[in-house]
Design a protein around this ligand. Structure first.
Ligand SMILES: Cc1ncc(COP(=O)(O)O)c(C=O)c1O
Length: 386
């Protein structure tokens, strides 16, 4: 029989205006999207994707996915430590490690699991995990799950980090992103590294949104600033347009995650198609080293044009462009009106952002056409004008 508390819990979420639905995507072209049931008919320009470099349409990437699925099957067939570890996985790891100048790398089924596996392996009872307040849920969840004490420091504030680092603990692990997913701003990595060094703490940097975008050949903000984190993580699901989690570090640290990272050990290895596509996309970053720079130039241009029509858009160069609104009602209203003008730019609300921090989050891609940007700016102008 049904448990009535489940319906009660859902009703409470709905009463708070926070009930989420699963939008069904009927069609996608890379830059456009067609949504099912209840959505306006026709295609919308999609500002909510993660395909920053537009590589999802690249034939080399698509062919690599097909080739590996044909060669190895639709799934890896088992966990990595049993019989799911393919030559393809290891080749990709060696290539990634070489490209980043690290001793070794590890591919996990998703970026979320990768962060869980990492923290589960390097932190535990008696340790202190110190997270940037705006860090990704996978860092939080990994920190909570591993049994360490978890504290937060003020966003991008090395002085506050220093205060937290003074707390006693067996080991201290600091987790940050290099580019933050909801604000698109960048972490002061040199100062954070220096604070960690002063306290003998490990630094974990999640470069999910910087891979492919910042640094030489898109190697990320750590590479751009010459900062070496103790553990570098990222995902294949954004610029690399596929799926899978990435870890790069010293050999021993990677071995420890292989041996102790339960989120990796007890899960089937990454599907061959995803690994093949991500590997091909990584090769394209190497061959076309200017992609990230071109995207940042485009972002600077779009940010300026949005500001010129009255949008509250912060300074920055990354492809994550927030239009800050504030309260939930006005943000939903702006998102709905933009949809009426042919743009899919969903409202971001609590708990993803703090109350009062509601926004539209635009995700710019090299796959967008100049005309898409022009239409967006016009639509924002019209919506903000009344
Ligand atoms: C900063 C950050 N870390 C980790 C993840 C998780 O990556 P994945 O989608 O591969 O699970 C994401 C993606 O949403 C992210 O934004």
């Amino acid at each position: 029989m049904g448990q009535s508390w489940i319906a009660d819990e859902l009703a409470a979420i709905a009463a708070a205006g926070r009930l989420r639905r699963r939008p069904v995507v009927e069609g996608r072209s890379g830059r456009t999207i067609r949504l099912g049931e209840g959505a306006p008919k026709g295609r919308l320009i999609n500002w909510a994707g993660n395909d920053y470099l537009g590589l999802s349409r690249d034939l080399r990437v698509r062919n690599a996915a097909q080739r590996e699925a044909r060669r190895c099957g639709p799934g890896a067939g088992a966990a990595r430590l049993l019989s799911g570890g393919l030559r393809l996985h290891r080749r990709f790891e060696e290539r990634l490690a070489g490209w980043l100048g690290r001793e070794d790398a590890l591919l996990t089924p998703s970026g979320y699991q990768g962060n869980l596996a990492l923290l589960g392996a390097i932190a535990g009872d008696g340790d202190l995990v110190i997270l940037d307040r705006l860090g990704h849920a996978s860092l939080y969840d990994g920190a909570r799950l591993c049994g360490a004490e978890v504290v937060r420091f003020l966003h991008n504030d090395p002085a506050d980090l220093e205060r937290q680092l003074a707390k006693p603990a067996r080991r201290r692990i600091v987790c940050v992103e290099s580019v933050y997913s909801m604000d698109g701003d960048e972490a002061p990595l040199r100062d954070l590294r220096a604070a960690c060094d002063r306290h003998g703490a490990l630094l974990v940097v999640d470069e999910a949104h910087a891979l492919g975008v910042l640094g030489p050949e898109g190697r990320g903000l750590c590479a751009e600033l010459g900062v070496a984190p103790d553990a570098w993580t990222a995902t294949c699901s954004k610029s690399l347009t596929a799926q899978g989690g990435l870890l790069a570090a010293d050999r021993d640290l990677v071995e420890l995650v292989v041996n102790r990272g339960r989120a990796g050990i007890y899960s089937t290895a990454l599907a061959p198609a995803a690994a093949g596509a991500a590997e091909a996309a990584l090769g394209l970053l190497h061959e076309r080293p200017d992609l990230g720079r071109r995207l940042c130039e485009r972002s600077l241009d779009l940010r300026g044009r949005l500001r010129a029509v009255g949008a509250n858009v912060p300074e920055g160069r990354t492809p994550i462009i927030p239009i800050l609104v504030g309260d939930e009602g006005s943000t939903l209203d702006l998102a709905n009106r933009l949809r009426g003008h042919g743009h899919h730019a969903p409202a971001i609300r609590p708990p993803t952002v703090p109350p009062g921090g509601c926004r539209l989050r635009l995700s710019l891609s090299l796959g967008h056409r100049d005309k898409d940007l022009r239409l967006l700016v016009e639509a924002v102008r019209t919506c903000l004008a009344g």
